[in-house]
Design a binder for this molecule. Structure first.
Ligand SMILES: [Zn+2]
Length: 414
């Protein structure tokens, strides 16, 4: 019996209806992980799955499972993404991957497959309210650190209480951990959130790597002084040093140190029009798909900051605030996505993800890969985030085709 194709109307209806949940006045979607809007979106997806006769379950970390869950004696292909959003988000980031995963499970479950197919909505991927991003996928991959579990949200809610409301249980969080022996692979469909596919007029992207990131917090100590009476020679102007540092960081990719580098936040004190700035705090965000290059680039950023500070008689201190490892996707999975596209004569492009995704965490315990569809204007995390309906349906079909090919025969990933 052949698989039903992706149901276009059902897929697009669900995306439209989910975009109404957590809708703000600006037209954006605000649905932080474990917020009331997030819980409503989860109930919506559960209803849709149950109407299709699928079982649903919530694990200890609050991840929502649609269809069969991985269990002993089988190796399950897991398809997923997240339902939570940042503040004032668009309608597609994360949600699209969950709705498409559900669609694939609905269309494939009745077939006699060698491997089960499961869909999962990982909890709190964005960390917009409860500050641990990738919460759910970190828990399933056994990478959640204990202090992260004891956090309080920006609104003062305890994670423990929020998790209980969502059907999870912090006391037995380890139960959310998946046994790698029960997994075949993990596939995630996502909007690109960048401009490459649209620019190249290619409807399907196959992700070869997800970049790693190092974030530095930099403090520059100069000497605050009167802007009128202090002669130019001998000043220790922390803001002028910061200006030079912003450009030196921006130059790192041009000098081939890394893929992208950004100073995204800068605070000057006293931040007064007639005072030389005595103190500046800024952040440096450096990303690359190669771990060695990433750390060399972070080292070069620190060298440049120290040399500028020294020349300008400003004291600099740099601390590493956060880092994540780059992840290469699985070559066999990439080949099966490419083959699925070739069977329908769909052109594909291989590209690197500049944003982090749940797939990055899942890659620690199982072969993982990602499919991208074009983002109109290359934008995401804004209300006008968009992808054409045809591209959305095609992407979901590619996910389903690849899932079917991977689960039809035992040993498909050998
Ligand atoms: Zn996302």
């Amino acid at each position: 019996m052949p698989a039903q194709p992706v149901n276009r109307d059902r897929l697009l209806r669900r995306l439209t209806e989910l975009a109404q949940i957590g809708r703000s006045e600006s037209g954006g979607v605000t649905r932080p992980g474990f917020s009331l809007a997030d819980l409503e979106a989860r109930r919506y997806v559960v209803r849709e799955a149950e109407n299709s006769g699928l079982p649903t379950a919530v694990d200890a970390a609050g991840n929502l499972w649609l269809g069969p869950r991985p269990h002993p004696g089988t190796t399950t292909l897991v398809l997923g993404s997240h339902l939570d959003t940042v503040v004032d988000a668009g309608p597609l980031d994360g949600v699209y991957g969950v709705v498409s995963a559900l669609e694939a499970v609905e269309n494939l479950t009745s077939l006699n497959l060698a491997h089960p197919v499961a869909a999962v909505a990982f909890a709190n991927e964005e960390g917009a309210l409860h500050p641990q991003p990738f919460w759910g996928s970190l828990a399933t991959s056994g990478q959640l650190s204990t202090p992260a579990a004891a956090t309080t949200a920006y609104d003062g809610t305890l994670l423990r209480d929020a998790l209980t409301r969502a059907g999870g249980n912090l006391d037995v969080i380890d139960q959310a951990r998946l046994d790698p022996h029960q997994l075949l692979a993990y596939l995630e469909l996502h909007v690109e959130q960048g401009p490459v596919l649209e620019r190249e007029c290619i409807p399907i992207g196959i992700v070869d790597a997800i970049v790693g990131r190092v974030q530095l917090e930099v403090e520059l100590m100069g000497a605050a002084a009167h802007a009128g009476t202090t002669p130019m020679p001998g000043r220790s102007d922390a803001l002028a040093a910061a200006a030079e540092i912003v450009l030196a960081v921006e130059d790192l990719p041009a000098a081939d140190w890394c893929q992208v580098a950004t100073v995204g936040r800068l605070e000057a004190a006293p931040n007064s029009p007639n005072t030389i700035a005595g103190l500046v705090r800024l952040t440096v965000d450096v990303r690359d798909a190669d771990e060695a290059r990433l750390h060399q680039a972070a080292g070069e950023a620190v060298r440049r900051i120290e040399s500028i500070a020294q020349r300008r008689t400003v004291k600099a201190s740099c601390t590493r605030a956060a880092s994540s490892k780059p992840v290469l996707t699985d070559p066999a999975l990439r080949r099966s996505i490419a083959a699925a596209a070739a069977r329908r004569a769909v052109p594909t492009l291989t590209l690197t993800s500049g944003a982090g995704h749940d797939a990055q965490m899942m890659a620690a315990i199982t072969p993982a890969a990602m499919i991208f569809v074009p983002s109109v204007g290359g934008v995401s995390h804004v209300p006008h985030e968009d992808t054409s309906p045809d591209d959305l349906v095609l992407g979901a079909q590619m996910l389903q085709d690849a899932a079917l090919a991977l689960t039809s025969h035992p040993g498909s990933l050998a």
